[in-house]
Design a binder for this molecule. Structure first.
Ligand SMILES: [Zn+2]
Length: 88
């Protein structure tokens, strides 16, 4: 019988399986920042997977995604028309 394989990211510090978590930060100007990261339940080590900033500028919604190293991954612009988001 094969061992049941653990899935998930292994903590580089202590070798535990890390949890995947999502956190949303709401700024005073309405900007939302969505953090996706792995957190070790044992030693609290944290690895950022992506950071998505969602802003409203001149009636448009701009989402900007970066990876854990701050490198740009994607920029999307939506306009709000008839309460539907249309990607521009
Ligand atoms: Zn750990």
């Amino acid at each position: 019988m094969a061992d049941k394989k653990k899935v998930g990211l292994v903590c580089p510090r202590c070798g535990s399986i890390m949890n995947y978590q999502i956190e949303v930060e709401l700024k005073h100007d309405g900007t939302r920042i969505v953090y996706r990261y792995y957190r070790c339940p044992v030693c609290r080590y944290k690895i950022i997977d992506s950071v998505v900033t969602i802003r409203r500028v001149n009636g448009k919604i701009i989402t900007e995604a970066r990876d854990g190293n701050g490198r740009h991954r994607a920029l999307e612009v939506y306009s709000v028309s008839n309460k539907r988001y249309v990607q521009l």
